[in-house]
Structure formats: C-alpha cells, structure tokens
Design a protein around this ligand. Structure first.
Ligand code: NAP
Ligand code: MG
Length: 401
C-alpha cells in the first residue's frame, strides 16, 4: 500500500514526560505506517526550552503563523517544585501555551470526544459542547484592594490626547473591597473573529453570553463588537452553511445549555469560560477525552490534548512498568491537525485518513478495549477491559479500515 502524500508540512511541537512517550508511540503505530509525514519539528521539551532560552517556543509559534496548522504535545510549565526537580533550569520559564496564545492572539476551544459507552452526566447532551473562553483581561488582570476604613473611590482616565475624565465609583460608610479591570477592543475583536471562524470551520451554531443587562457598558461592549463583526463579515457565510449566531444573557444561556442536546459552541468571557469549562468537561467524563484547539483570528489552528504531561505515569514508565495512559486526546490532536491540513491543501485522502483514525479509536473504545482511566466510567451494559497504552494503540490499528 502506498503512503498518503502531504504537500505543506505540519508544525510538530513535541513536549514532555508521558505525553512525549505517547507522542512517539502514536506516530510509530498510527501515523507513519500510513502517511508520508511532512513536519517542521520543534522540541518544546523543558530542557530544550531551557537550552534555547525559550526561543524554540517563539520559533514554533512563528512557524504556526507561517504554515497555518500545528499539533502540540503537552509540556511542563515549571513551578517552584519543578525548579528543584530540574536544577539546571536558568529561570522559571513561562507557560509555553501562554506564549503561543500571546503570539497567535488566539482563543482556546475545548470539546469532549463522544463515545457511546461513556455518557455525559447531563442526560440530554447527545452531542459535544465546545467552550470558547476569552483568555485576556477582566479579573485576570484586574487591580484589587481592601480599604480598612470608610471612604470613596474615583476612577480617573487620562487619554493619550491629554483629555481626562473622572468617575465616582462609590462613597462608602464601611471598610470594603474594591476592584478595577479592563478589556481591549482589539482583544475582544480577535476573540469574536476566532469564534466566528471556528463555528464556520466546524459548522456548529455559536452562542455568546454575558451579563449585559447589569454591566451595560462593559459587557454591553462585548455584545456590540460581536454583533458588528457578525453583521459586517460573517452573517452571509453563516446563512450559507445554515448555522446561527445567537446572543443571550448568561443566565438564560446556562438554563438553555442544561436543556440542550449539545452540538454548539458556547463563547464566554474570561471568568465565565474558566468556570463553565470545568463544569462542562467534568460532566462529559474523562480528562483524557477532552480536546483543545487554539484558533487565531486570522485562521491559524494549533491542536492539542487538554490534559497535561501525566507525570505520575511517566515515573512508573521510567521504572520499567507498563502503563495504561490514555492516548485518545493526543491522537485526536493529530487527526484534527491532519484533517485541517488536508482541508486547506485540498487533500481529501489526508482528511479521510484522519476521520478513519478517529472512527477506529471510537470503535475500539466501544468494543470495550480501553485504558484504565476509562474503565470505571463505562455505562452499565457495556464491556470494559483495561489494556496498556501500546495494546490500545495496536487495537486501534487493528480496527482501521
Ligand atoms: P495532568 O498531566 O493532566 O494529570 C493529572 C492526572 O489526571 C494524572 O495524574 C492522571 O491521573 C490523570 N490523567 C491525565 N491525563 C491522562 C491520560 N491521558 N491518561 C490517563 N490519566 C490521565 O495534570 P497535572 O498533573 O496537573 O500536570 C502535570 C504537568 O503537565 C505539569 O507540569 C503541568 O505544567 C503540565 N500541563 C500541561 C498542559 C499543556 O501542555 N497543555 C496542560 C496541563 C498541565 P492518575 O495519576 O490518577 O492516573
Ligand atoms: Mg478553571
């Protein structure tokens, strides 16, 4: 059988620990036997980030900008404990995902992989719900303080032009907590564009919700930017595909989501997205069935698993133990990237392969062959047998048709 050819390379971003081991196993078992794989490779393993003073992360982001599609392995974000574990680190390097997001100016979309044997705890959800979280500003870069006596707070804006305006917040007769925060037009617009593009690319309805009845100017501004951008640049394409853009108050959205069948993208401001993504992902089941894609407003796609480097499994692997680490979300990062590459380059065979591989993963799980993390989540009536990572990959390969 001749291998499937590619034209444009994928940006391949390698990472750390157990997921780095999975990365190679997935390539060897499920990708390289079928595809004449072309990639531009960037090693974001912690030690190489350290050796290159983190330049490799910047280079990977720029390559993604140039080539348009990247696939990324999970990476360690060093903290104090990691600084002790790796004494050679020159500094506590920033989160690689944070750096990539900042350079690509993107929005992260998280969606669960649906399998019949692991049902969401919300009975009506028959299709995945994708959460799009705005990853800039609001409380995450707010300024807060506690004033231990009564008093008043004013906000003073000094424009670049020199013009100033002053706003009286409140005069209080008690000690109080106070906060000031902001968001930028440019960032809200990028968020809106990423959401509209992703909805078009996945042909799903897009919902956006804020609390604009209370926060008339702040949240109202988000609503306006989305609306203006939709009317000016996206309505026609949405209508052509038969999908809708729908704005509603966040309370109403929460109530509707709980009663919905799923199959939507739910765009949320930074804090709302932080909280709701944890609720939605735990309701859908396992961390290792959660995919994540970073989409830039100009259409760069970077695919990854939502989970981390699975450190505890890695230390068992290093001791020579056979591990049962779930590779499914990492496989779906590869299939997401290959599908997108195929779509952009007009390579139906490549996209078709990615879809077959996804179906083979799902069929394997539904036949009861799975890694240990899933066994306890399986619905009554389904079989479940825990296998090692390599056995699982071999079973997936066996069900490729
Ligand atoms: P984690 O790697 O996601 O693992 C947390 C726990 O979840 C694991 O110990 C494991 O539970 C379970 N788990 C996660 N993925 C699994 C899989 N594929 N198969 C089976 N079980 C899985 O999160 P963490 O321990 O908080 O973080 C570890 C490292 O990952 C950190 O250095 C962090 O910086 C990094 N991280 C990277 C990313 C990213 O690159 N996108 C995201 C998050 C975290 P059991 O041990 O109980 O089996
Ligand atoms: Mg959270």
């Amino acid at each position: 059988m001749s291998k499937i050819q590619m034209t444009t390379p994928l940006v391949e971003i390698d990472g750390d620990e157990m997921t780095r081991v999975l990365w190679q196993m997935i390539k060897d078992t499920l990708i390289l036997p079928y595809i004449d794989l072309k990639t531009e490779y960037y090693d974001l393993g912690l030690l190489n980030r350290n050796a290159t003073d983190d330049q490799v992360t910047v280079d990977a982001a720029n390559a993604a900008k140039k080539l348009g599609v990247a696939v990324k392995c999970a990476t360690i974000t060093p903290n104090k404990q990691r600084m002790e574990e790796f004494p050679e680190l020159k500094q506590m390097w920033r989160s690689p995902n944070g750096t990539l997001r900042a350079i690509l100016d993107g929005t992260v979309f998280r969606a669960p992989i649906s399998v019949a044997c692991v049902k969401p705890s919300v009975k009506t959800w028959v299709s995945p719900i994708t959460i799009a979280r705005h990853a800039y500003g609001d409380v995450y870069s707010g300024v807060e303080f506690y004033a231990d006596e009564p008093g008043d707070v004013k906000m003073i804006f000094t424009g670049k032009s020199g013009k100033t305006s002053e706003y009286q917040l409140q005069t209080l007769d008690s000690p109080a907590v106070w906060r000031g925060m902001h968001n930028k037009d440019t960032s809200i617009l990028s968020f809106a564009r990423s959401c509209f593009n992703y909805a078009l690319s996945t042909r799903q309805d897009l919902w956006f919700s804020t609390k604009d009845t209370i926060s008339k100017i702040y949240d109202g501004h988000f609503k306006e930017i989305f609306e203006e951008e939709y009317e000016a640049n996206y309505r026609a394409e949405f209508e052509k595909l038969g999908i809708t853009y729908f704005y509603t108050l966040i309370d109403d959205a929460v109530a509707r989501v709980m009663r919905s069948r799923g199959g939507i993208i739910w765009a949320l401001k930074n804090y709302d997205g932080d909280v709701m993504s944890d609720m939605v992902s735990s309701a859908f089941g396992a961390l290792a069935l959660m995919t994540s894609v970073l989409v830039s407003p100009d259409g760069v796609y970077e695919f990854e698993a939502a989970h981390g480097t699975v450190t505890r499994h890695y230390y068992r692997y290093l001791k020579g133990e056979t591990t049962s680490t779930n590779p499914v979300a990492t496989i779906f990062a590869w299939t997401g990237a290959l599908k997108k590459r195929g779509e952009l380059d007009g390579l139906a065979e490549l996209s078709g392969f990615a879809e077959r591989l996804e179906r083979a993963c799902i069929a394997t799980l539904e036949a009861g062959v799975m890694t240990r993390d899933l066994v306890g989540l399986v619905e009554p009536g389904f079989e479940a047998r825990a296998v090692s990572t390599q056995e699982f990959l071999d079973a997936v390969r066996g069900s490729m048709i």
